[in-house]
Structures are given as structure tokens and as C-alpha cells.
Design a protein around this ligand. Structure first.
Ligand SMILES: Cc1ncc(COP(=O)(O)O)c(C=O)c1O
Length: 365
């Protein structure tokens, strides 16, 4: 019998698997209740563009064939949308895979990633899975990014700086001036990834990554179809970067990394920006409703430019557990800075109301 644990590389046993938000069905089973809502994974609850889902019929015809290896038609639509060359784009099975491909191409055991904390845990998990590491740099008290601290943490071994804008889990956004001041002070050999997974929801001013890439060729930006586009299950995201960077990434990209359904559906989705406008407006209304209710309850929150928000509830773990008993799944992230918070995704009107009344109940408000 193979002793698997003795066969893995040093350090693998220190990794733990990513824990996603609890699935609805799992909680239904555990509690024996029907009505469960999930506001834990920052999905778009309103649905994808009907034009995109209609394209599923096209996919049926393609199901027995391998996908197009380089996502040509999808990249073409993305390039048109952003007014860049198709060779500036690579697609992946979600931005998760894009991060992995970037790391596979450019990270090694003697280089590392720098990212503000708290932020998306995958920046570290994926680095560690490639025997590299991530240095977390504390954000300011209000969770805004501290670019001076980031610059101080950078050294000759820093390969990537991962900047989610807006950030997950804080919902905070930074603007162009602060960012370009930072870029001007940074070595051009440090690669800066703007992770714009939630950018469609941003209400504040933010750096125009596609314009700035012309000035800073160490800058790249990553977007996903999982959030505002409402296509989380399809697993598709993309990176826009310098052509040479993209061609190097293609050397480590698995041949058919983006499935045909994703390529066909996302190519339609990106053309339907009217749908995105509707989603953003619905999200804004839901956000205002939750702001109003939690303010009336006397709770503090972190102002958000995304489709989720951090709410300060006291004992975050307990409130998370108590909400589960009410059939409401939110997210508790813990750690020294977030132990008093829960993160809740903005849902449908009904779901937001259910969440608020459950929160009132568990907090005795
Ligand atoms: C900041 C951020 N980046 C990237 C991702 C990954 O998204 P996906 O792999 O679904 O494209 C997420 C998912 O929650 C995220 O919050």
C-alpha cells in the first residue's frame, strides 16, 4: 500500500484545502429545513444575460468535441470590448486558474507574492501550492490599502503584487492617483495584478487599468464572469496584459483549459452590457436597503463598492453560527481583524429581508 503522505513534497501537508461557502443543500440536510438562503459567495442572484443563456443551444452541438484551444472567439469579443489586441488576452477556468497560470509562469521557490491583508486567500494558497509564499501587508484601520506599506514590503525577490480592486472581503476601492503614484515608485520588474473581479459594481473612481497598461507594462488586469455576469458555474475569467507576458503564460496553460460552454456563453455575455447595467442597479438597491436596516440597528459596516459587505456584529463566529440555525448562510472570515465581522453577499429583495430579520433575531434587536 502506498504511503501517500510520505510521497508528497515537503510543505504540502501544511496546506489546507480551500473552504468555500456552505452549500444550501448541505444546510437543508443538516437542519432538516426547506428554507435556506445563501449569501456567502458573492454570486449574482439575478441571473445571467438571457442572450448568454440562449447560447447554450449552440453548446449542445459542440458537446462531443474538444473546445477551441485558445478561446479565440471569446478572446476576440473580450478584446473588442476593451479595445485591445486579441494577443493581449488569455482566458482561464475562472480567475482562480489565471492566478495559477501567472504563478506557474513567473513564480519560483525563491520569489514571492505581496498582497494587502485582508484580501483573497487564494493569492497565498496558490503561491504555497507552487512552493512559493505570500507576504501579507496590513491595510489601514479602515481597511483602505496602504501603498507605502506595500512598497516597504517589496524587495528583489518580490515577483507579484496582487491588488484586488475592489477588494474581497472588505469591499474597499482605491482610486487612480494613489495607484499611479505607487506604480511610479515601483520597480518595473515587479508584476502588478489588478484583480477586478467586482469592478462592475464599483461606484467610486478607480484606475483605468486598460489605459494604464500602455504606460506601465508590468501592470495587468484580471476579470471574471463569475460575479456581475452571473456565470459562476461556468468557470471563466481572463487576463489582459502585455503580449509577451500572455505568450509566456500560454506555455504553461493546459491545452483546453476553458470549456466550450464557457467560451460560447461568455462571448455572448460580454456583448450584453445592458444586462450588466441592470444587475448593477439591482445590486445598488439591495445594498442601500441593507445599509439602511443595519444603520437603524446601530451596527457599523464597511462601505462597499462590491456586491457584498462586512458588517460588525460583535462575536462574528457566534452570529455566523446563529444565522445558520435560522437558515441563512453568510461568511465568517475570522483572523485578528475580522473576528467581529460577518461578510454578507447582497441577494434578492426577499433574501435581503430574510437576512435582516434573522440578524435582528440573533442580535435581539
Ligand atoms: C477577489 C477575487 N478574485 C478572484 C476570485 C475568483 O473568481 P473566479 O475564479 O470565480 O473567476 C474571487 C472569487 O470569489 C475573488 O473574490
Amino acid at each position: 500500500m502506498a504511503d501517500y503522505k510520505s510521497l508528497v513534497w515537503d510543505g504540502l501537508l501544511e496546506l489546507s484545502a480551500y473552504v468555500p461557502g456552505k452549500p444550501v443543500k448541505e444546510l437543508q440536510r443538516e437542519l432538516g429545513i426547506e428554507k435556506v438562503i445563501k449569501l456567502a459567495s458573492n454570486e449574482n442572484p439575478y441571473g445571467a444575460s438571457p442572450k448568454a443563456t440562449a447560447a447554450l443551444k449552440e453548446y449542445e452541438k459542440e458537446i462531443t468535441r474538444y473546445p477551441i484551444g485558445d478561446s479565440f472567439y471569446l478572446r476576440n469579443e473580450i478584446a473588442k470590448f476593451h479595445n485591445v489586441d486579441i494577443d493581449n488576452i488569455v482566458c482561464g477556468a475562472g480567475s482562480d486558474e489565471i492566478i495559477q497560470l501567472l504563478y506557474m509562469a513567473f513564480l519560483s521557490t525563491d520569489t514571492h507574492v505581496v498582497a494587502p491583508s485582508p484580501s483573497f486567500s487564494e493569492y497565498e494558497l496558490l503561491a504555497r501550492s507552487l512552493k512559493s509564499s505570500c507576504r501579507w501587508v496590513e491595510t489601514n484601520k479602515d481597511f483602505s490599502i496602504n501603498f507605502d506599506n506595500i512598497l516597504n514590503a517589496v524587495n528583489n525577490e518580490t515577483r507579484f503584487i496582487m491588488l484586488a480592486n475592489p477588494n474581497n472581503p472588505t469591499g474597499t476601492l482605491f482610486g487612480e492617483k494613489a495607484f499611479t503614484d505607487f506604480m511610479d515608485r515601483l520597480s518595473p520588474d515587479v508584476l502588478v495584478v489588478l484583480d477586478e473581479a467586482y469592478i462592475e459594481f464599483a461606484e467610486g473612481e478607480y484606475p483605468d487599468a486598460f489605459m494604464l497598461m500602455k504606460k506601465y507594462n508590468n501592470l495587468m488586469t484580471m476579470r471574471t464572469f463569475s460575479k456581475a455576469y452571473g456565470l459562476a458555474s461556468i468557470r471563466c475569467g481572463y487576463l489582459a496584459a502585455d503580449k509577451e507576458c500572455i505568450s509566456l503564460i500560454n506555455r504553461v496553460r493546459p491545452p483546453f483549459n476553458v470549456n466550450s460552454a464557457a467560451q460560447i456563453i461568455c462571448a455572448e455575455a460580454v456583448k450584453d452590457q445592458e444586462h450588466i447595467k441592470k444587475i448593477v442597479a439591482l445590486n445598488k438597491a439591495g445594498k442601500e436597503y441593507i445599509y439602511k436596516e443595519i444603520t437603524a440597528m446601530g451596527l457599523e459596516y464597511v462601505k462597499t463598492d462590491t456586491n457584498f459587505m462586512l458588517i460588525k456584529v460583535g462575536d462574528g463566529r457566534k452570529v455566523f453560527d446563529d444565522l445558520l440555525k435560522e437558515g441563512v448562510i453568510v461568511r465568517f472570515l475570522g483572523g485578528s481583524r475580522l473576528k467581529e465581522y460577518i461578510r454578507v453577499s447582497i441577494g434578492l429583495d426577499e433574501e435581503n429581508k430574510t437576512f435582516i430579520s434573522a440578524l435582528k433575531k440573533v442580535l435581539n434587536k
